[in-house]
Design a protein around this ligand. Structure first.
Ligand code: ADP
Ligand code: MG
Length: 347
């Protein structure tokens, strides 16, 4: 089947950048979102505002597209499964089910013989005590976390507040003394071929990505290991599209998988300017089966996220020809909200 219209669930900046890539590849986009103001509507051919459990609207969305993808992973799995019965959803819903759940995600990675941080599943306060070898650690909600939301640092058992009722499931992860964080962006096609970008070095502030750069300052061994592990993960998931593997490098130069994103990723924004094929174009090409695209590197680069009201200064700045500023056009400015980014191409 020739695919001419791509449905995208979610309307944030990732959706907006996917729509822009699709347009260049001659693919029409229909975006559905429960956020009335999501910026992707400014770039999509059509925008449907709806709650994700509105069966009528979902039906309308599905009827308008040939294939469906998503820009965020926290979509209720039963809704993805329902949609998938009508039109193919890529990456397939089963992948999303694993990755949106930290326990299933880490178990999947560990079962491949790939190291993560040491961790335990936590249902109640007593489980923290049973796993006190993981302290100092970070308690993370098992589902629905992003940008550090739902995370609590536990330095000792005293930090486990008596009034915590543990209404949700958590995992407790040992805190890693980080040397560096890197990520691998990989696009995998229906025929199993992949394009793997070089490792990207990431700096987080307050658990939010602050800046990313290539080349990452890492050894050849870690470079190869990061790429080969990402390739194995994508193959075992039978993944189609672009995904990201976030890694920690500890003080002993051990490479640990932090988490997987079953979608395009903030750390891959520099691929728009630094490569001939961006993570977004690769994703659209893979899910729409447009043929394998091999990216060529154009330049080294560094990307800076623009958060909250910092966007105001950027809006009035002038940029040099090696600087590329993206304003997501979000209607309201919120503290720590990702409002835009700047990529600087470097020698
Ligand atoms: P999110 O889903 O919010 O992206 P992550 O688990 O990736 O959550 O955590 C966000 C950031 O917090 C990481 O990129 C890292 O900088 C820091 N962090 C998270 N877990 C650990 C850990 N176990 N040890 C050290 N730093 C951590
Ligand atoms: Mg993360």
């Amino acid at each position: 089947m020739t695919i001419s219209t791509l449905g995208i669930i979610g309307s944030g900046q990732l959706g907006a950048l996917l729509c822009q890539a699709a347009k260049k590849l001659n693919i029409k986009t229909v975006v559905i979102s429960d956020d009335e103001n999501g910026p992707a509507q400014n770039y999509s051919d059509e925008f449907l505002y709806s709650q994700y459990d509105n069966k009528e609207k979902i039906k309308e969305f599905v009827s308008k597209v040939d294939i469906i993808t998503y820009e965020f992973e926290n979509i209720p799995i039963n809704i993805l499964n329902e949609i998938d019965k009508e039109k193919k959803v890529l990456p397939k819903p089963e992948i999303n089910k694993i990755i949106q759940n930290r326990k299933l995600e880490k178990t999947f990675v560990n079962d491949l013989g790939i190291k993560t941080t040491d961790w335990a599943f936590i249902k109640q306060a007593g489980d923290v005590e049973k796993n006190k070898n993981l302290l100092p650690g970070i308690l993370k909600s098992n589902t629905l976390g992003y940008d550090g939301h739902g995370q609590y640092v536990l330095n000792s058992l005293e930090d486990v507040k008596k009034n915590w009722c543990f209404t949700a499931d958590y995992i407790l992860e040992k805190k890693v003394n980080l040397k560096k964080e890197i990520s691998i962006i990989i696009t995998r096609y229906l025929n199993g071929e992949t394009y793997i970008y070089e490792p990207i070095e990431n700096i987080h502030k307050d658990q939010i990505l602050n800046n990313s750069k290539i080349p990452a300052e890492i050894s050849k061994e870690i470079y190869d290991e990061a790429q080969s592990k990402a390739k194995l993960i994508s193959a075992k998931l039978d993944y189609v599209g672009t995904m990201c593997v976030e890694y920690f490098i500890d003080q002993g130069d051990n490479l640990l998988v932090n988490e997987i994103a079953p979608r395009v990723h903030n750390s891959g924004h520099l691929t728009i300017n630094a490569f001939s094929v961006s993570q977004f174009s690769g994703h659209v090409a893979a899910v729409c089966n447009l043929g394998v695209k091999k990216a060529e590197k154009i330049s080294n680069a560094e990307m800076f996220n623009v958060l909250g009201k910092d966007i105001e200064a950027y809006r009035s700045k002038t940029f040099s020809k090696n600087e590329f500023f993206y304003d997501y056009g979000k209607k309201s400015i919120k503290d720590k909200r990702k409002m835009g980014h700047l990529t600087i191409l470097k020698k």
